[in-house]
Design a protein around this ligand. Structure first.
Ligand code: URA
Ligand code: SF4
Length: 201
């Protein structure tokens, strides 16, 4: 497996990328996962949200952020006054990586090699989108877009000009669900999403 680049179509619209990504074997993750979960949203979206990888529900349904983390993200977008018609949501890695714990499929962090292998899809999506703001959700998305030395904890909520867009990094919504003080973690997450909304308005 030499990465996703060999699977990219020559003609690159979002529907064509999605179709091609469905057959990607750029790393080993396609073998055990149910399906490729490509990004969703409008090509003219003003907000791009980049997560880590699909979870169990996303793998079953074939859409990003439709499980528990997605509900946290949905709530924050609504509270920040973000119009869903203005949003494109995707992940740094497009197949679910997991291990079994009994019958349950437990999320595993993608490796640096898997993040690199999948990056051509995210790069191709970003080449078509022209978001005012790109919200980086957690360390995996930050690694993919900003490199391994970027620290979300140091820069979260700060608008950082990045090429044609402005990046706002924050924690992953799953981290809100795992936090000892969920309410405080959510408020911090919401503050970062509000900072992203201020870039657009
Ligand atoms: N977590 C992610 O990073 N992405 C999803 O799509 C779902 C959960
Ligand atoms: Fe291809 Fe990415 Fe899936 Fe690996 S995770 S097979 S690179 S789509």
């Amino acid at each position: 497996n030499k990465g996703a680049a060999a699977f990219l179509p020559t003609s690159r619209t979002l529907p064509e990328l999605r179709r091609a990504a469905a057959g990607c074997q750029g790393c080993g993750l396609y073998r055990d996962a149910g399906q490729t979960v490509f990004g969703e949203g409008a090509v003219d979206a003003r907000y791009l949200f980049v997560g880590e990888q699909p979870g169990d529900q996303e793998d079953r349904q074939g859409a990003p952020f439709v499980g528990p983390a997605g509900r946290v993200l949905d709530r924050a977008m609504e509270e920040a006054g973000i119009d869903r018609d203005e949003v494109y949501v995707t992940n740094a890695v497009k197949h679910f990586k997991f291990t079994y714990k009994g019958k349950r499929r437990i999320h595993q962090k993608p490796s640096a090699a898997e993040i690199d292998a999948c990056l051509p899809w995210l790069t191709a999506e970003m080449a078509l989108l022209h978001p005012d703001v790109t919200v980086v959700l957690g360390a995996t998305a930050a690694r993919a877009l900003l490199g391994p030395s970027f620290r979300v904890t140091h820069h979260r909520g700060q608008p950082l000009p990045h090429g044609e867009t402005v990046v706002v990094a924050t924690i992953h919504p799953s981290a809100v669900l795992r936090a000892p003080d969920r309410d405080a973690a959510y408020e911090g997450f919401l503050a970062d999403v509000r900072a992203a909304a201020r870039v657009v308005t």
